[in-house]
Design a protein around this ligand. Structure first.
Ligand code: FE2
Length: 274
């Protein structure tokens, strides 16, 4: 699709843009059914091994870093109790699937191609779009976790900054099930921190700007299924826990500009074997 001049202006002014009916019902169903099949085939350990805190940290860092270039499964924090036992059935335990299905999985790959995010990225200023990260997010009923206020450029940093996030509602997103919330015009504040590889092989946050978040209220981005929300990489956004009985599935894709420098200590290194 082509963005209108008005849409480009709105994005530049507000830091986000909402496009209703961006994805068809059949494309949404295809993504949700396919994710369910991937979860069918995924075999989590019945009981997680008990690690020391250090080992557990190392092991989860390792799984997380490898997910940059494969298709990994992450659990809702509340889906596993203190002893490492699942508190819910497998299909209700998954927080997200990521981060390279747009490159590796034919179903995701095809739909991403059909939707032509690269073209939208170009309209919004990216010279050479590169899709670096995808996530299928579940926000499970009753236990779907909160995602704290953050800027996506923190995780996908380039010089100059170029990240754009595409957030597709696969199901209705409401206040009750934890819709996105964003700070209008917040993309004009500096990037606060950078998430990067640390010297010891783990990850760390580097502070870039320590002024507090602006006090202005967040806009509640309640949207029907099929809607695309485009997020500027510096736009602060948040989503609350899902305490309702309805899931809130979303698919996200992030683009960066390949003409910008992509640092070697970014956490996500898709071209390297980790
Ligand atoms: Fe985000």
């Amino acid at each position: 699709m082509m963005l209108s001049l008005k849409q480009v202006e709105d994005y530049d002014q507000q830091g986000f843009l909402i496009i209703k009916d961006f994805i068809s019902g059949s494309q949404r169903q295809a993504l949700m059914q396919h994710a369910a099949q991937l979860i069918d085939a995924f075999e989590p350990q019945a009981k997680r091994s008990i690690f020391t805190t250090d080992e557990q940290e190392r092991s989860s860092d390792d799984y997380f870093l490898k997910s940059a270039s494969n298709i990994s499964f992450f659990f809702e924090a509340k889906a596993i109790d203190n002893e490492g036992n699942f508190t819910v059935p497998k299909h209700q335990s998954i927080n997200k699937i990521g981060h390279a299905q747009h490159l590796l999985d034919p179903v995701y790959k095809n739909i991403v191609k059909e939707l032509d995010f690269a073209n939208i990225g170009r309209a919004l200023g990216i010279v050479q779009p590169r899709a670096v990260q995808s996530m299928h997010i579940f926000k499970q009923p009753s236990i779907g976790g909160e995602v704290g206020l953050h800027q996506d450029s923190t995780f996908l940093y380039t010089q100059p900054k170029s990240c754009i996030g595409f957030w597709l509602a696969l199901e209705d997103a409401t206040v009750e099930n934890g819709c996105l919330q964003a700070l209008p015009q917040g993309h004009k504040i500096p990037l606060k921190q950078r998430f990067k590889l640390s010297k010891n092989g783990g990850t760390e946050f580097e502070c870039l700007d320590n002024t507090p978040w602006p006090k202005a209220p967040l806009a509640l981005l309640e949207v029907p299924a099929g809607t695309l929300i485009i997020l500027h990489g510096q736009l602060p956004h948040y989503s609350a826990a899902n305490t309702s009985s309805k899931s809130r599935q979303a698919f996200t894709l992030h683009l960066v500009d390949d003409t910008c420098d992509y640092p070697e200590d970014n956490w996500l290194q898709p071209l390297k074997t980790l």
